[in-house]
Design a binder for this molecule. Structure first.
Ligand code: PLP
Ligand code: ZN
Length: 427
């Protein structure tokens, strides 16, 4: 295909409002439904009938682009500058043999999203955001974030020669803030929590006319996130698992995972949509509590070490609730202690260092198994959404302290003998 030929986004049919179902022309530059306002989040709907003939198993087998762009025909970006972005996606899906035995599951896989260029699944959305910003001829991109959306936007913007203005709550972990400094963002630390950072960014974005990467209201970002589901399907040779497990803050990630499986199911590449397990932290569980108590979502405290899912007012409630209910999935919440235990379990058993919010997914599997929601025979994919090096403080505080000794072999021998003995005694 020739460059600049206008075949682009040809498979996008229209945008559809998730509230009122009204349909909008794909050429319109809108994020939310003009009749429903800011709660009318849009879905991107494709021409699945024509995609059935293009996106076949043999198409994927022959595709040597091991990045998010292997899915370009079913993304809502123009085919411009895709060869200039950071390399996002095609992260490994590990068959987690040791962990599977330890938590008594027959089939367990971990999708390590911490290996994306800025260290989290958010890169899948941010790389789309920077291309959409270029399409809209904007030179400054902006978002508010608990950390990963921000560091990811900043890195992806830098690669494309764009500037970024980032609003973060005061409690963002140092690793994520450092990324912003290194990627050259204008960094606004808001004296308040995530809600306050979000509200100031919203006003600023509309005042200055920057490109808005606040995930919930921008339908193209969920489109980016859905590629993680495409990869899981491909990596399992189109035999999808019984469960896919996702930690939930705003709800955009789980909505994206659902959309990916939905798209592949519509095209006929997979025969079912896996059940989605939404996992939240006990100290901030607005989704779980609303579902348990069969009521609307209420604002919650943001009281957990899992900063990436400490979202008191989720911005994408409709899509997230729909993802879990339509997939016939479930919701669970886990304590901070369970999250830290899961972090060390994943590290020791599989060599994957996940940040607290990412470790929450594994803690969620253990909790769901305890409750009988997940059965031993079920196949499970845990999405580890972010890299542990972003937040070493919590890990250091919970980890075994290193020993200090003189540079003396006999002291070391004594120590190793004692250690061996205590491990024999206590397993
Ligand atoms: C953002 C994020 C999540 C949750 O995604 P939401 O779209 O906010 O639900 C989970 N884990 C990590 C590491 C994240 O950065
Ligand atoms: Zn609407």
């Amino acid at each position: 295909l020739k460059k600049n030929q206008v075949i682009e986004m040809e498979h996008v049919k229209y945008y559809q409002c998730t509230l009122c179902n009204k349909v909008y022309d794909k050429k319109r530059y809108i994020f939310t439904c003009p009749s429903c306002g800011e709660h009318g989040i849009l879905d991107v709907i494709y021409d699945y009938a024509s995609l059935r003939h293009i996106l076949t198993e043999s198409y994927f087998r022959a595709n040597l682009d091991f990045s998010i762009w292997r899915y370009l025909p079913i993304l809502s970006v123009l085919d411009r500058h895709t060869d200039e972005t950071l390399r996002v996606g095609w992260t490994p899906l590990y068959d987690s043999k040791h962990l599977r035995e330890q938590i008594h599951l027959r089939h367990l896989y971990i999708k390590d999203e911490g290996l994306n260029p800025t260290g989290s699944l958010k890169d899948r959305a941010s790389v789309i955001a920077v291309l959409k910003a270029l399409e809209a001829r904007k030179h400054i991109v902006s978002c508010s974030s608990t950390g990963n959306a921000a560091s990811s936007l900043a890195g992806n913007a830098a690669k494309m020669g764009l500037k970024s203005v980032i609003f973060v709550p005061k409690r963002a972990p140092i690793g994520k803030l450092t990324q912003l400094q290194v990627y050259g963002s204008t960094l606004i630390t808001v004296d308040g929590d995530y809600k306050d950072a979000f509200s100031l960014s919203k006003k600023a974005i509309s005042h200055f006319g920057w490109y808005n990467r606040n995930a919930a209201i921008n339908p193209h970002l969920v489109e980016g996130k859905k590629t993680v589901a495409f990869e899981i399907a491909e990596q399992l040779h189109f035999r999808v698992p019984d469960w896919v497990v996702v930690s939930v803050g705003d709800g955009c990630t789980i909505a994206g995972v659902y959309k990916g499986f939905y798209d592949f199911h519509q095209i006929g590449l997979i025969h079912k949509i896996p059940k989605l397990l939404g996992v939240q932290a006990e100290g901030c569980s607005p989704f779980v509590d609303a579902v348990d108590e069969e009521r609307l979502i209420r604002e919650s405290a943001e009281n957990t070490i899992a900063d990436s899912i400490a979202v008191g007012i989720p911005r994408n409630p409709i899509k997230a609730l729909r993802a879990v209910s339509e997939s016939l999935g479930a919701w669970v919440k886990v304590s901070d202690q369970a999250i830290m235990d899961a972090m060390f379990l994943m590290g020791k058993a599989e060599g994957i260092f996940a940040e607290p919010a990412a470790s929450a997914s594994l803690a969620g599997v253990i909790e769901a198994k305890r409750q009988g929601i997940i059965k031993e025979k079920d196949s499970v994919v845990v999405i580890s959404t972010g890299n542990g090096l972003k937040d070493v403080k919590n890990a250091t505080d919970h980890g075994e302290k290193p020993v200090l000794m003189k540079p003396d072999l006999s002291e070391l021998i004594e120590y190793m003998n004692a250690k061996e003995k205590s491990e024999e005694n206590y397993g």
